[in-house]
Design a protein around this ligand. Sequence first.
Ligand SMILES: [Zn+2]
Length: 294
Amino acid sequence: MTAGPHAGPCVLTAAGFQALHGFTTRAGGQAIGGSVGHYARLNLGLSSGDERAVVEGNRDALLGRLGFARSEVCCFDQVHGDRVSAGDPGWFVEEADAAVTARDDVLLVVSSADCVPLLFHDPVAGVVGVAHCGWQGTAAKLAAKVVLIMAERHGSDPADVRVALGPCIRGGCYQVGEDVTSRFAAAGHPASVWRPDPSAPGRFLLDLPVANALALAEAGVRQENLLDLGRCTHCEPAEFYSHRRDKGLTGRHWAYVSLRGPGDPGPEDASGGAAALGGAGRFQGTGAHRGGRG
Ligand SMILES: [Zn+2]
């Protein structure tokens, strides 16, 4: 177990990913997050019916612990498109599903509850990125587009780019119809990213992490630089929100990344806020994803 200034009991991190980053969880019994019921506890999304004041308080509690002000956050209204934001600070003022920046004073954020959250870091060129890839963003190869934009706008070599793939609904749990698989086929994805669901004739199990991994490989990301936490939102109700499992009555996680160094932890550190995030576990690998349909 390794502590980090950007980690915490409510946050998962990817071993080997060097930039400040994290994937929030529901936070369990930790003293952060005030949402209750279906949304307990650290719900960071407003789109599913939780109380606005509580969600805003959860966001401020997390940002306070990370040492970022809202004015330093780049978050956006996610629309299942393929637009990549320029990554400047903005609090839900633009529509996008990804962002890339070389600034070291911005926290990039995406939210999700089954969709694939991806964090990008090029430690050589000094660039970070985020992406929110549901089935539409995955079909559109948004992950590959982020890598391309890191190269075009900021001079990244894709071989230097690390990508952390956070908690999401995984291949054994994500049943879709032919309307979805046909979109993947039309976009050039191999048929290996879905398979017939043995329990439901005419339905398919679609593997979003594998489809994103293939798109990233096509974009030049090296296999050893894809850091998959291996966690399934659908399988782990105590840890994660799942839109599919909970039929929409659930919360949202945040995934975040910043180029700000650990030596510059931000204004909250002086009050001890950031220090409260120490002692986190780091997670990597696929062992935590349970069997069966998971
Ligand atoms: Zn699962």
